[in-house]
Design a protein. Structure first.
Length: 166
């Protein structure tokens, strides 16, 4: 009988399978660590405790907006990036000359921004928008004493209602 010739270790498929499975786990974990270190997690606030304490102050502004019976409607023209706001002052004595409108992206904190809205001759407020990324946006229209909130999905929504939270 001819003597059986021995194979080298790297010629056995089972050896490569035993090496390949742990090696793929190590490579996958290194990729995961890379993404964890290089990307920002915009959903987690560093000072969440302080933000929790400030909620009571924000709730008082919501109650004030309800008491004043404030409402607002925003119209967005995406082509010209023009924003027009119609403000119903409810029982407020005077309309403010300028209002602050904050845009909060639902998932990317780095896209958040704030606009100062000025009045036009017709009594509406207006501003030019920067280019909005697609997705859900939360809005907050505010003054020192009250705030209104709403949301929309860009670029599908053109008319947005802002109301006080109940």
């Amino acid at each position: 009988m001819p003597s059986e010739q021995r194979k080298k270790w790297y010629q056995y498929p089972l050896v490569w399978m035993l090496i390949g499975l742990p090696l793929s786990a190590v490579i996958g974990s290194m990729i995961t660590i890379y993404f964890a270190v290089t990307t920002e997690d915009g959903l987690v606030a560093d000072d969440y405790y302080q933000k929790g304490k400030e909620i009571n102050l924000d709730l008082a502004r919501d109650r004030a907006a309800t008491a004043y019976q404030l409402k607002a409607t925003i119209t967005i023209d995406y082509a010209s990036r023009q924003l027009t706001l119609q403000f119903d002052k409810g029982t407020l004595q005077l309309k403010p000359e300028t209002l602050q409108l904050a845009f909060f992206h639902a998932t990317r904190q780095g896209n958040d921004f704030e606009l100062s809205l000025n009045t036009s001759l017709q009594g509406d407020y207006y501003a030019l928008l920067p280019t909005l990324s697609q997705g859900k946006w939360h809005l907050q229209l505010s003054d020192a004493n009250w705030r209104l909130k709403g949301y929309f999905i860009a670029p599908d929504t053109k008319n947005i209602s802002l109301t006080a939270l109940q």
